[in-house]
Design a protein around this ligand. Structure first.
Ligand SMILES: Cc1cc2nc3c(=O)[nH]c(=O)nc-3n(C[C@H](O)[C@H](O)[C@H](O)COP(=O)(O)OP(=O)(O)OC[C@H]3O[C@@H](n4cnc5c(N)ncnc54)[C@H](O)[C@@H]3O)c2cc1C
Length: 420
């Protein structure tokens, strides 16, 4: 591995790849240093058998009509599937009659409207405060909250939740979102399988201690997930308490996907949905025949996902089988088999799925995103004010950090030219 570069990007996920691509294309000598043996981070497409690529992390191009990854996927000649997402349509009326669904969707929309209309000066309380006390749909709204934020609404900042912006257009990449993101790094210098342990920024040149020796550089873009910063999986010398505190205010929620094979799949409509239960918050949602494939994608969030992770991979399958049999009858157990589950909390270089802000901590995103000393720059989904928790939010923060690096680099080089 090279022992110096003008700019080092720590982490090769969506943000790090965006930053690396921008800097490399600007002619700056940069290096992406990635802990895992693959690029993409929480964007991770796995080939499940000969037929289907499956996205274990991000799968939906949210705000697809203005999402930069859509443009990149098209340029890569990927196939974009524009089927509207199951959550914007009614679910199958199995155990959940259509009239009940309409009532639930109305209550959910009203809850979101109350959060969306919060002004910046509103007190930053828990999002759960905006539920109507005693409403019959509160548990299911909370379940949906665990899919959206990875955490129950009592843990989530109302202000931050309300700041999220989305165009309502959601598409998918048939070959995989993860594949698209990783391929965007083609030609950018990358060191794989090299965790950075410490960044020493006490001297004129920055020093990165890695598992594979020391790298010296003029500037660093840090893109690692917030839980790694907060738990000091990556350390700074001198310490950066503001960054650690900001990262701790933006913990990673948990969402895990379980992929099941489904026999006799044609019985169901393509891209249909089922909630496991509608009377409790600890329930999964099941996307049946995604892309028309003979599969089910189960989505588990928050406390439920954490409890199942503690039980190992089999716990997810047992839970899904129990819920699906409850809806579709005992014979259904024979029609499903596990394909894959990725436990994101147990993954040492993720430690969770996507960030949410704790009540009172909505402003931590700006604190985390601010450069330190014009040499340490920060990017990653958690740095995004309006598109946090997404791959396109991560991309935009990576580009923003790269632009800051380029501006600082130009002014440094100008100073040197004047001095010489
Ligand atoms: C189950 C699930 C479903 C999701 N669904 C969607 C979706 O449908 N749409 C959407 O837009 N988003 C979705 N997301 C979120 C999206 O995947 C992330 O927001 C985005 O990929 C984060 O990118 P990032 O670059 O900020 O972070 P990461 O992708 O986490 O990149 C950080 C990188 O840093 C590396 N790293 C960590 N520590 C070190 C170290 N010490 N040294 C060097 N490298 C290190 C990591 O290995 C990683 O590659 C989902 C995520 C999950 C888990």
């Amino acid at each position: 591995m090279t022992s110096e570069a003008e700019v080092v990007i720590v982490g090769g996920g969506a943000a790090g790849i965006a930053a690396g691509r921008r800097l490399h294309d600007a002619g700056i000598d940069c290096l992406v240093v990635e802990a895992r043996s693959r690029l993409g981070g929480r964007a991770f497409t796995l080939r499940a058998g000969p037929d289907y690529p499956i996205d274990l992390g991000c799968g939906w191009l949210h705000s697809a009509d203005r999402n930069p990854w859509t443009t990149i996927a098209v340029a890569q000649r990927r196939t974009i599937d524009k089927t509207p997402p199951p959550w914007l349509r009614l679910s199958m009326p199995i155990g959940f009659p259509l009239a009940e669904q309409a009532s639930f969707l109305k209550t959910l929309a009203e809850f979101r409207e109350r959060l969306d209309s919060l002004s910046d000066s509103a007190p930053d309380v828990a999002a759960a405060r905006f539920l109507e006390p005693g409403d019959r749909w509160n548990d299911l709204i909370n379940a949906v909250g665990t899919y959206v934020s990875g955490a129950e609404l009592e843990k989530v900042s109302a202000l931050d939740y309300g700041r999220y912006e989305d165009s309502g257009v959601n598409w998918r990449v048939v070959e995989g979102y993860g594949t698209t993101i990783a391929a965007h790094a083609a030609g950018v210098p990358v060191a794989l399988g090299v965790p950075v342990q410490r960044i020493d920024h006490g001297e004129r040149r920055l020093r990165l201690e890695t598992s594979d020796g020391t790298i010296t550089t003029e500037a660093v873009v840090v893109t690692v997930p917030t839980d790694l910063l907060a738990q000091e999986g990556l350390r700074f010398t001198p310490a950066l308490p503001d960054k650690i505190e900001a990262a701790a205010g933006l913990p990673l929620g948990l969402a895990d996907k379980l992929f099941l094979s489904l026999s006799g799949a044609d019985e169901f409509d393509k891209d249909a949905r089922l909630f496991g239960r509608h009377d409790r918050s600890g329930t999964a949602t099941y996307h049946v025949r995604p892309f028309g494939r003979p599969m089910i994608e189960g989505y588990f969030g928050g406390r439920l996902a954490a409890e199942l992770e503690a039980g190992g991979d089999a716990a997810f399958f047992d839970f899904a089988r129990m819920e699906l049999v409850g809806l579709l009858g005992s014979g259904f157990a024979r029609r499903i088999q596990p394909i894959h589950i990725h436990r994101w909390k147990a993954d040492p270089f993720a430690r969770g799925s996507y960030s949410y802000a704790l009540p009172g901590k909505a402003e931590c995103r700006a604190v985390l995103a601010a450069p330190a000393d014009d040499r340490l720059f920060f990017a990653g989904e958690a740095c995004s004010r309006h598109s946090y928790s997404t791959a396109h939010g991560a991309y935009l923060t990576g580009i923003a950090a790269a632009e800051q690096v380029i501006a600082a680099w130009r002014s440094r080089h100008k100073e040197r030219a004047i001095r010489s």
